[in-house]
Design a protein around this ligand. Sequence first.
Ligand code: PEP
Ligand code: MN
Length: 263
Amino acid sequence: RASAEVKKDRTVVKALGLEVGGAKVAVIAGPCSVESEEQIVAIARILKGLGATALRGGAFKPRTSPYSFQGHKEKGLQMLAAARAATGLAIVTEVMAPEHVPMVAEYADVLQIGARNMQNYQLLQAVGDSGKPALLKRGMSATIEEFLLAAEYILDRGNPDVILCERGIRTFEDHTRFTLPLATVAYLNEKSHLPVVVDPSHGTGKSSLVASMSKASVAAGADGLIIEVHEDPKRAASDGAQTITPAAFGQLMAQCRRIAEAV
Ligand code: PEP
Ligand code: MN
């Protein structure tokens, strides 16, 4: 069960050097899409130097348009494995289909379930059976109740390692790509023992808002952040508008560390 009433101690999810739910704020950073081995190894080295605790990058991309870049698939997973070999960073990457779970689990340290798949129950069960920790993103129109029940599909298969991720929801607002509700963080911390991370990149869709929402997330009690970073955001294969540079990421890390000490 995901409920804090059923399990009193807080769940800490560990994968290589990544620890989510422990004393420190975990920072999962990297490009939206894995573009090439050179790109992902280079950014992984930079991010490791700036204090990131895990590397993100999509090999299977759930794109709104079927004509957009869909990811390098298994080759992308191999590129991520090369980045882990070079840096020791844990790999967080999305799996989109139940039949791909064994393949993605061979390369990844944490299996990401995307917002669009939050209620793909067969995928949730397959990830539950995989033996790998899961990072479950909130569906863009899912209630918190539905979000927690989706997490229970994974827990129910005997996999206790579930990280909840608030990544923004659809509202009438259109000044940001999604609306990022940070009360979710505090609410989930009351309701559930599972660790909570925030994705300020998808949550806002705007690189200029990522730093403030990251800091607010940490202040609200988030166990971690997942942030899109690219050496040249304008040239990113996907989600460039919400992607920050390594320099901005470095500044943000220092600020978040100070906030984490204060809360
Ligand atoms: C992503 O992390 O790049 C992504 C596609 O996220 P979401 O499922 O939250 O849209
Ligand atoms: Mn993205």
